[in-house]
Ligand binder design. Structure first.
Ligand SMILES: CC(=O)SCCNC(=O)CCNC(=O)[C@H](O)C(C)(C)COP(=O)(O)OP(=O)(O)OC[C@H]1O[C@@H](n2cnc3c(N)ncnc32)[C@H](O)[C@@H]1OP(=O)(O)O
Ligand SMILES: N[C@@H](CCO)C(=O)O
Length: 368
């Protein structure tokens, strides 16, 4: 378990649904829901009944990989040939990690909007949609809900927990909250605490939504009405990609109506409204803002000593919000941690694309 080569930074050369609550897909992967009953959040607020929607894929007799999704992600990690999941290519048929060697489970996060209990769910105690009556949630709440769900499903040990961005925040917490529950942690494009710079971008996104009169204090009739949600996504997209990628793709090209970068951002803004709930987005931004592994645990030096699993951190060149330096610093402080940096034009979204650049690293370290 502790056979890592030490504190090493690897650098390799340079060289891509519709929202529906309680929607279950049946296909090569299995899509189900698991009920974990009453849940008391870190805030002390109570949810009378929590359900998590999940995808289970791969060889169900093989070691478990728990996958944690990012902000606007979902449980569809592998998906189907017709509707590929966000990490298909890394996992699934013809994935870099052979599907017969592992099984993957991905939960839609607590507070999410793809089948798990969230602000768009109905409170069973009064029959009303929660909206802003949903309690504040933290990354630790999200992780504790997943742990209870795995127990209900009968899993006793996790081979590895993997995730990027908000998913990576969950991985950091999994290793501290349940240090003996897994052998390995893979943290991609995520820092031990969200930086002020990250909180700043989240603030602009949240304010864009809240200042839209049609948001109506969370009581909007439809995402489609929310111009502010479009602006939030546009702002987010700028941090997820890089200046050079935009230059390569758009290079000031234009048609009669707009520059291509403008129509691209407009497209991304319209698209988010079709696949994600705005209140859920706000709750998850707050959970990200509060992410800090040292919270109530002491210094960073003391906190990282509590990890027991082997840790693999992975940063992506040009990631504005989750830079290499912060991830590398964590890795240098932490026992049994290895850092891997990926050269990419994608910036932060590098963890969702170009699997050929970094998938082999994950496959190798899952196996050893
Ligand atoms: C880990 C997680 O959980 S996150 C979950 C994964 N996220 C998602 O699935 C949703 C978010 N999607 C993404 O982030 C991206 O699609 C990625 C990272 C998966 C892939 O990125 P890319 O391949 O670079 O595609 P990108 O999303 O930038 O652009 C493609 C879209 O922009 C459109 N587009 C491109 N140029 C223009 C333009 N000039 N004007 C208007 N639209 C444009 C394309 O038509 C395409 O539209 P479509 O998605 O509706 O088919
Ligand atoms: N593309 C990612 C970025 C956040 O990590 C998402 O939309 O969730």
């Amino acid at each position: 378990m502790y056979g890592l080569p030490g504190r090493i930074t690897y650098i390799i050369p340079l060289e891509g649904r519709q929202m529906s609550v309680n929607h279950i897909r049946t296909c090569e992967s299995v899509y189900k829901e698991v009920s974990i009953g009453e849940f008391i959040c870190e805030s002390g607020e109570r949810l009378p009944e929590v359900t998590l929607a999940y995808e289970q894929s791969g060889n169900q007799n093989a070691p478990l990989l728990l996958i944690c999704h990012a902000l606007t992600g979902n449980q569809y990690t592998v998906g189907t040939e017709e509707e590929p999941g966000w990490w298909r290519g890394l996992f699934g048929k013809e994935g870099i990690v052979p599907e017969e060697e592992f099984q993957t489970v991905t939960f839609n996060v607590l507070g999410g909007c793809h089948g798990s209990t969230g602000p768009a769910s109905v409170n069973p105690e009064n029959g009303e949609v929660y909206r802003l009556d949903f309690p504040s949630i933290t990354i630790r709440d999200i992780v504790r809900a997943q742990k209870r769900a795995l127990e209900v499903l009968g899993f006793t040990h996790i081979h590895a927990v993997l995730g990027g961005s908000l998913g990576g925040m969950q991985v950091y917490e999994w290793g501290l909250m349940y240090p003996d529950a897994m052998d390995k942690l893979f943290i991609l494009a995520s820092t031990p605490a969200l930086s002020d710079y990250g909180i700043a971008f989240n603030h602009i996104g949240a304010e864009a939504i809240k200042r839209d009169p049609r948001w109506d204090n969370g009581n909007y009739q439809s995402n489609e009405d929310l111009d502010g949600f479009e602006l939030a996504r546009m702002t987010g997209m700028i941090t997820y990609r890089s200046r050079s990628l935009f230059h390569q793709r758009f290079n000031r090209r234009q048609n009669e109506e707009s520059y291509h970068i403008q129509s691209y951002l407009d497209h991304q803004g319209k698209k988010i409204k079709k696949r994600f709930d705005a209140n859920s987005y706000l709750y998850l931004l707050e959970a990200m803002n509060h992410h800090d592994i040292t919270r109530n645990r002491g210094s960073m030096e003391d906190t990282v000593q509590q990890y027991r699993a082997d840790i693999y951190t992975m940063s992506f060149e040009k990631d504005l919000v989750y830079p290499k330096e912060s991830m590398e610093e964590f890795s240098l402080l932490t026992p049994h941690a290895v850092h891997f940096h990926i050269d990419t034009e994608f910036g932060h979204d590098g963890f969702l694309v170009e699997f050929d650049k970094w998938g082999e690293f994950i496959r190798y370290h899952l196996r050893v």
